[in-house]
Design a protein. Structure first.
Length: 350
């Protein structure tokens, strides 16, 4: 088995040899051993934007999870191949909404609300869900533009069907002034709408999905940390629950968290509620700050972590031999409709 150092040397050499033919986007949650080779790093919005601009690259080796590679393929030109170094790098949240469940839920909601409802989906969803949204006039959102996109959606229709993360949907709508009593939850397993109060008043229907990583940051962690140190600032990702976001000092996408920490006062103390690799990277990058994870046991995204240096080296060496493994290709019809939903978002995001 090759040593870590040997793998670094091999990947460095291949990147040099392949030059512009190769482009490697890396999500902020990726391991350092992978991120060091990324040509662009970013949150899901930035990576979608960057992927749309890589005209010259023949191969886009996506260091992130499956739905991100699908998005890159949808936005890529036909000659480009998008490759995922390990096919097991999925997203448990995206897996919580499949297209059949979605079509069935949509039928029920149309019966209840007629034509007053617009679907929107977090980019953390399959290409088929994005296509469903595109076909029905909606758009994708990411955690960094969710607010803007939800406002846009309310200019189109009176109600929203927000897939698949109930927490990002609830936090975004709440921040825009929509009370919790005007939000309902669609349970795709029981095929039931859960709500309190008056159905006519419901403005947001949240798909009952969540991120298992961000569910690990809990109210008791916030209480414990505040007891230990009332002067600490707590910042979390909006995939955390409403209670956690409500109690934290601040919340935002991975990019927002990075920008906030970059501007933090020397010596200030921070507890961060997001994926482990990013928290550790910030800790290393800002030794003048006191940074820790909001959950002391740390929270890795196991599927993001499937992409590692051995997989990256293996996939790049295969490419050099003209062997294509793990190519992500989205069916043409699905890609067409999904692109409508993505383009709407990209045209509204700077
Ligand atoms: P962002 O990259 O939009 O912050 O989302 C975090 C995430 O969970 C990606 O899977
Ligand atoms: Fe999916 Fe959560 Fe992992 Fe992001 S952190 S890829 S939402 S499971």
């Amino acid at each position: 088995e090759a040593s870590h150092f040997e793998l670094i040397t091999r990947v460095t050499a291949i990147k040099k040899r392949m030059g512009d033919r190769l482009f490697i986007p890396g999500h902020h949650y990726q391991k350092d051993e992978v991120i060091q080779f990324a040509d662009a790093t970013g949150d899901s919005l930035q990576l979608a934007q960057v992927a749309a601009k890589q005209y010259q690259a023949e191969f886009i080796v996506f260091c992130g999870v499956h739905f991100m590679a699908e998005t890159a393929d949808i936005l890529a030109t036909p000659h480009q191949k998008v490759i995922l170094p390990d096919m097991r790098a999925g997203c448990s949240m995206a897996d919580m909404a499949n297209i059949n469940q979605t079509e069935r839920g949509w039928e029920k909601l149309k019966q209840l609300f007629g034509d007053t409802i617009l679907p929107v989906t977090y980019v953390n969803s399959t290409a088929a869900i994005k296509a469903f949204v595109g076909r029905n006039g909606g758009a994708t959102v990411t955690s960094s533009n969710a607010s803007k996109m939800v406002e846009w959606a309310f200019e189109q229709k009176d109600r929203l069907f927000f897939l698949p993360d109930q927490h990002l949907g609830r936090n975004t709508a709440f921040d825009l002034g929509i009370p919790l009593t005007q939000m309902a939850v669609w349970d795709p397993i029981r095929e039931k709408l859960e709500y309190e109060g008056d159905l006519d008043q419901v403005k947001v229907i949240l798909w009952k999905g969540h991120c298992s990583v961000h569910m690990n940051f809990r109210v008791d962690h916030i209480e414990q940390i505040r007891r230990e140190d009332p002067s600490i600032s707590i910042i979390v990702h909006p995939e955390c629950t409403r209670e956690v976001v409500g109690l934290a000092d601040d919340a935002g996408s991975t990019k927002y968290i990075i920008d906030t920490i970059a501007q933090a006062e020397k010596g200030s103390k921070w507890a961060i509620g997001t994926e482990m690799n990013l928290v550790n990277r910030l800790k290393n990058d800002y030794p003048d700050l006191h940074i820790r994870s909001l959950n002391p046991t740390m929270c890795p995204c196991l599927t993001m972590n499937r992409i590692d240096l051995p997989h990256l080296a293996w996939i790049l060496e295969s490419l050099e031999r003209n062997e294509i493994h793990n190519q992500i290709t989205v069916d043409k019809d699905i890609a067409y409709d999904a692109k409508r939903a993505l383009d709407k978002m990209l045209s509204l995001s700077s």
